[in-house]
Design a protein around this ligand. Structure first.
Ligand SMILES: Nc1ncnc2c1ncn2[C@@H]1O[C@H](COP(=O)(O)OP(=O)(O)O)[C@@H](O)[C@H]1O
Ligand SMILES: N[C@@H](CC(=O)OP(=O)(O)O)C(=O)O
Length: 535
């Protein structure tokens, strides 16, 4: 059993899902041929060089007209916005700014200022869509399915998106033509959806791509206006090749040499800060626009970091780094100064919204440090994520909560031997093409249960939460002792426990109704009282 469970953890998506089931609240007591699967329910599958002297960003205030071309073509840097430098030095860092960092004209100015406050860097910039644009686009698409083509122009979400982008452009003193073509195209697309009365995953990706296509064009124009040469890129035009899994595509290997070549050649022939759309790619078979899963701009940034062998990858957010838990769950969450790639990856897989689940992979492969910083509080040191770190004093790093999980309790009817049973259970998921922690609809779940019931007694336990304790599992006894002490004091019965093969994660399953209170109590025990005592 243990061997089977460990093997399953090789697949990060399955790792959240497969765990040994013990007798209630008796961790590590393993029942014969009985496993439980956790099925994510509510959310869609979300899915060195040293610095050198060289080209510097100029801060000249020379205004310039910006040449804006059609979607799919880069906004070329302007003469006036010329960065006088030559490309004798390579690009040094990638800086990614999330939606909250570029949510308004004021925020865009702030981000431009932030970038220019590092004149020694030659950055590649990755941007997400402005503020909540992605959510609004999705909502507009869903409403368009039912509202009829003649009513599309009146959709609140479309009006909001138009106003946000036009107001931003006006406030920045730029030309509305930068995005007007895209906004027309967006309206046409919504009319098409209304006529078809259908929003496919492929269309969904095309629809949300407008957010990043607009934010990057506006920002490139702003930098050029400020006298800093910048060049806009649509990721799907410069070699971000992905699988054709719309809404949750994976980056393919061919991406790395392709984007490295394109960005490098452009940089040496005409140095200009590259401003790249986050989140987007191009499906290798269909040639259509794909997205990398919600929050996918982090992955765009780490992919560029690895492709170009940059010194550092910076992801600028609206929090002071990766925190000891979700600040929306517990206001006393505090920044974690250092993490390993393994810890950060585990944290992200288990639902911490702060990093995209796949984003650590390219950074780890390229061994490029990732720094998570706050664009609203530049001085905060943030979190530095590296391959290794001194773990000697570490017990717990962070607590992650993933709610609204469905747990499948599967007990063998002994028609098959133990090994055959486990193999059969997972082949059912494979045959149905279901990634265990990504089952999104109850229909999918019905199929799974129907198949499983041929070999097992299946119990469906809904409204469960996974609490993941990310830390030094070399100290698992201490972590468990402390955690169970807290849970017992709070009268909480743990329904399942699983220790990750990655040695950085222990997961507990509790009922949804108790989960937040548990996280708060655990946080207080590990990070508040512990610190108070050790200081
Ligand atoms: N452990 C955590 N550390 C930091 N932030 C977290 C954590 N868990 C959840 N969050 C949430 O993640 C948000 C940042 O992620 P995200 O919204 O994707 O940023 P951005 O859009 O800037 O890339 C924070 O505002 C915070 O509410
Ligand atoms: N705009 C996309 C991609 C992204 O990465 O956004 P953010 O960096 O704001 O999480 C989304 O909302 O999912």
């Amino acid at each position: 059993m243990a061997a089977a469970a460990a093997a399953l953890r090789c697949n990060p998506r399955l790792s959240a899902a497969a765990a040994l089931r013990g007798a209630a609240a008796a961790p590590q007591v393993v029942k014969e041929a009985a496993i439980a699967l956790l099925v994510g329910a509510a959310e869609p599958c979300l899915r060195g060089r040293r610095r050198g002297a060289g080209v510097r960003c100029q801060r000249s205030a020379a205004a310039s007209a910006v040449v804006v071309e059609k979607k799919g073509r880069a906004v070329e840097p302007t003469q006036e916005g010329a960065n006088a430098g030559h490309a004798e030095a390579e690009l040094t860092v990638v800086m990614k700014f999330g939606g909250s960092s570029v949510a308004s004209a004021e925020r865009m100015r702030e981000v431009a200022d932030l970038i220019l406050s590092f004149p020694e860097e030659r950055p590649v910039i990755v941007l997400s869509a402005m503020g909540k644009t992605t959510n609004k686009l999705l909502m507009a698409g869903e409403k368009a399915v039912a509202c009829g083509a003649t009513n599309v122009s009146e959709l609140d979400e479309l009006t909001f998106i138009k106003e946000l982008h036009f107001e931003t452009i006006d406030q920045l003193g730029l030309d509305r033509s930068i995005v007007s073509g895209l906004l027309d195209e967006l309206e046409q697309l919504l009319k098409g959806i209304a006529m078809m009365k259908e929003l496919t995953l492929r269309t969904r990706d095309y629809l949300v791509s407008f957010g990043e296509c607009m934010s990057t064009r506006i920002f490139a124009a702003l930098l050029n206006k400020l006298g800093v040469k910048a060049r806009q890129y649509d990721a799907f035009e410069i070699g971000f090749i992905t699988t054709d899994d719309f809404t949750n595509a994976d980056i393919l290997e061919a991406t790395y040499p392709a984007i490295a070549k394109r960005l490098h050649v452009d940089w040496v022939t005409g140095p200009a800060i590259p401003i790249v759309t986050g989140f987007l790619g191009k499906g290798w078979k269909t040639g259509a626009i794909t997205t990398l899963g919600r929050g996918g701009s982090d992955l765009t940034a780490t992919t560029i970091g690895k492709a170009l062998g940059l010194r550092e990858i910076q992801v600028w957010k609206d929090v002071d780094g990766v925190l000891t838990c979700d600040p929306n769950i517990h206001p006393k969450a505090k920044p974690v100064p250092y993490l390993t790639f393994d810890e950060a990856a585990e944290l992200a897989y288990f639902g911490a919204q702060v990093l995209h689940p796949q984003s650590m992979r390219p950074a780890r492969e390229g061994d490029i440090p990732v720094r998570v910083k706050n664009s609203y509080n530049r001085r905060a040191p943030g979190t530095l994520i590296t391959k290794t770190r001194d773990m000697s004093k570490t017990v717990l790093t962070s607590i992650v909560l993933k709610s609204n999980i469905t747990m499948l309790d599967i007990v063998s009817t002994r028609m098959l031997g133990q090994y055959g049973f486990l193999a059969k259970v997972f082949s059912i998921f494979e045959d149905l093409g279901i990634s265990v922690d990504c089952v999104a609809t109850s229909e999918e779940l019905d199929h799974v249960i129907e198949e499983l019931e041929k070999i097992a007694v299946v119990q469906l336990l809904q409204h469960r939460s996974i609490i993941s304790l990310i830390g030094n599992v070399q100290r698992s006894s201490l972590i468990l002792e402390k955690a169970f002490n807290v849970l017992r004091t709070n009268g909480v019965n743990v329904q399942m426990i699983s220790q990750g093969a990655s040695k950085v994660n222990i997961s507990l399953v509790v009922h949804d109704s108790e989960a937040k209170q548990c996280v708060q109590a655990l946080h207080s025990a590990f990070f508040e009282r512990f610190l108070a005592r050790s200081q």
